[in-house]
Write a protein that binds this ligand. Sequence first.
Ligand SMILES: [Fe+2]
Length: 153
Amino acid sequence: MKNRRAFFKASLAVTAGVVSGHSVLALAKEEPAKEKKATEVHTDTEKHTFPKSIFYTKDSGGKWGKKGGSHLPNVTVEGEKVTVTTKHGMSEKHYIVRHTVVSDAGEVLGEKTFSSSDDDAVSVFEIKGKHKRLHATSFCNKHDLWLTEFSIL
Ligand SMILES: [Fe+2]
């Protein structure tokens, strides 16, 4: 359990580094919550009020267990350009159907629907302004809805 937690912490630091463009080593240091870097990825399912079976996160794969690696939306932010990537195969029988970026208030800021014949599940959105918490979603036709939270600050 301790190793798993350490792995998640390290993974979170790497993801946050990718999202923010900051040094991964700097983010890997233990910091009090209020002193965290401006851009961070949230994976704490305790904050969500929806039943866990509605969507899955890095920390809560539910009935799909460890399928997060190929189903979680990966988010990179470069200025106003937000790129969402799901590292999942695309075939007629099994593919990523859709990406969205949704504000914390529930406003859909970006959406893209894929076809099974698409080469990959990558979407690019222009998101203006600062956002403390945004939600990127990726929906698989067999493995449901996956969510990654991120910020643009
Ligand atoms: Fe899948």
